[in-house]
Design a protein around this ligand. Structure first.
Ligand SMILES: [Zn+2]
Length: 423
C-alpha cells in the first residue's frame, strides 16, 4: 500500500482534513482501544496478573481521555505498560516532512511549517510516523531542566539561519514538543524539580509552552502518562498540587497476588532458551524461586517502601539455570536440570535486590538471603508433603550417614558396595 506523499494527495486520501482535525491523540487511542475491546483480544499482551485490577482502570482512564499516573513499587511492570500504549496508536500517522514536532499537515503549529505551506502549498511533502516513533520517554531526575523538557533558544541555529534570537525559528525543541501528537511518558515524576512541574502543568492546562521568556504558543497534542513510587508521590511537597490535580486517574500497580501469577511472569521474562541445551526445570524449583520473592516482600528485615522487584525471581531463575548449565557442561550432560542446591548459587541475584532495614543490615545480606531461600524451600516442601509419612526416607538418610552406604536398610543384603555390613 502506498501512502500520499504530498499535502495535495493527502487531502483526497483517508487521512482527510476532517479526520485529522477530530482525531487528537487521545481520541485516536480511545477509538483504537474501543475497537480492541469489541474484538475481545488482549489489550496489553504479556502483562500478567493485572486483568482484574490494573488493566480495567487503565482502560477506563484511556476511555476518559485522561492523563494518568501509575503508582507502584519497583518491578511492577509500570514502564512496560506505558510502552505498551503504543499498541493503541494508528500504524501510520502523517505529518509535514521535516517538522521537528510532527505537525498536523492541515494545521501546523510551528513557524517553519506555516512558512513551508505558504511557500509550497499542496506540494508540501508528507512523511509518516510509526507508533514506536510517537512514544517519548524520560526518566525524571532532579537535574532535568526546562531546556531538556520543553526547549531552549539555540544561538547557533539563529546564527546559521540569520534569525533574530527572539524568532521562533531559533527554538531548539525539548522532549515534550517532540512528543507532539504522540505519547509522552515521565517515569518517577516526583523527582522533577518544582519549576519543571509548573512547566508541565502549563502544558496540561493551556497547551502553552514558554521558552526562555519568549511566549511561544504551542498548543501541543500529547497524551501524558507518568509513573511514580507511591511513597514519593504522596509525600507532601514532592509534587505540586495543581499538577496532581490535573492528572485524571491515579492507578495503583501491585506485585503478583499468587505464586502462579509470579511463575507465569518469571517464565515469560527469564532467559531460559539457551543455544540448544535441553532444559528441564522442575516445577518445585520454579516455586521455590517465586516464593523467595514472596517471602522477601513479607520479611520485616526488608524495606517495604522500596519493595522487592519481580526482577528478583527472574534474575534468580537465570542464575539457577546457569549453575545447572555449568554442571551439565562440565559433566557433559545432555539435559540441564536445576536442583534445589542450585538455588543457593543464585545468591548474587538475590542480595543486590533487597533494601535492608536496620535489623537486616545487622544480620548481613547473605544471611537474610539464605534465610529467605530456606523458608521458601520449607514452604514449597510443605505444599507437596504435608501429612506424608517420611519415616523411611529419614531412616535411609540415617543408614546412609552411618555406613556411607547408598542403598536402603531393607535392601542391605543386596548391597554390593558395603557387603561387609550384611545382616
Ligand atoms: Zn512544524
Amino acid at each position: 500500500m502506498s501512502f500520499p506523499r504530498t499535502l495535495g494527495e493527502l487531502r483526497h486520501s483517508p487521512f482527510s482534513e476532517q479526520r485529522l482535525s477530530t482525531r487528537h491523540v487521545k481520541d485516536e487511542i480511545r477509538e483504537n482501544l474501543a475497537a480492541k475491546l469489541r474484538d475481545g483480544g488482549p489489550i496489553f499482551p504479556g502483562i500478567v496478573g493485572y486483568d482484574d485490577t490494573v488493566i480495567p482502570q487503565i482502560i477506563n482512564a484511556l476511555l476518559s481521555r485522561h492523563n494518568f499516573i501509575l503508582l507502584g513499587l519497583r518491578g511492577q511492570a509500570k514502564s512496560r505498560i506505558l510502552r505498551a500504549l503504543t499498541g493503541l496508536l494508528d500504524p501510520q500517522m502523517p505529518y509535514l516532512a521535516g517538522c521537528e514536532i510532527h505537525d498536523d499537515p492541515y494545521a501546523p503549529i510551528c513557524r517553519r511549517c506555516r512558512d513551508e505551506i505558504a511557500k509550497h502549498g499542496d506540494s508540501s511533502p508528507i512523511a509518516y510516523l510509526t507508533p514506536a516513533e510517537r512514544y517519548v520517554e524520560k526518566l525524571a531526575t532532579p537535574d532535568v531542566t526546562i531546556a531538556d523538557l520543553i526547549g531552549d533558544i539555540d544561538p547557533i541555529k539563529a546564527a546559521r539561519g540569520g534569525h533574530e534570537l527572539s524568532s521562533e525559528m531559533t527554538v531548539h525543541y525539548g522532549l515534550l514538543p517532540r512528543a507532539n501528537r504522540g505519547i509522552f511518558a515521565i517515569n518517577e515524576l516526583p523527582d522533577l524539580a518544582g519549576k519543571i512541574q509548573v512547566g508541565l502543568f502549563n502544558i496540561m492546562q493551556e497547551g502553552d509552552v514558554q521558552i526562555k521568556g519568549y511566549p511561544i504558543r504551542l498548543p501541543l497534542d500529547v497524551a501524558l502518562v507518568f509513573s511514580a513510587n507511591p511513597e514519593d508521590y504522596t509525600a507532601r511537597g514532592k509534587i505540586i498540587t495543581p499538577l496532581k490535580d490535573r492528572i485524571g486517574s491515579e492507578i495503583r500497580t501491585h506485585y503478583p497476588a499468587s505464586i502462579e501469577e509470579g511463575l507465569a511472569i518469571t517464565e515469560q521474562e527469564a532467559w531460559t532458551q539457551r543455544n540448544g541445551s535441553k532444559l528441564r526445570i522442575p516445577k518445585y524449583v520454579q516455586e521455590v524461586i517465586e516464593r523467595i520473592a514472596f517471602a522477601a516482600r513479607e520479611d520485616k528485615k526488608i524495606d517495604k517502601r522500596s519493595g522487592v522487584s519481580q526482577r528478583l525471581p527472574i534474575s534468580c531463575m537465570e542464575n539457577v539455570i546457569s549453575n545447572a548449565e555449568r554442571r551439565a557442561i562440565r559433566a557433559d550432560e545432555k539435559v540441564v536440570v536445576p536442583r534445589i542446591g542450585d538455588i543457593y548459587a543464585a545468591m548474587p541475584a538475590i542480595t543486590g535486590k533487597l533494601e535492608l532495614e536496620y535489623e537486616g543490615e545487622m544480620k548481613g545480606a547473605d544471611n537474610v538471603g539464605r534465610e529467605l531461600i530456606r523458608s521458601a524451600i520449607a514452604k514449597t516442601f510443605d505444599e507437596y508433603f504435608t501429612g506424608v509419612n517420611l519415616n523411611q526416607v529419614v531412616q535411609w538418610l540415617i543408614w546412609a550417614e552411618k555406613f556411607k552406604c547408598p542403598t536402603t536398610p531393607e535392601r542391605r543384603k543386596l548391597c554390593n558396595r558395603c557387603s561387609r555390613y550384611r545382616a
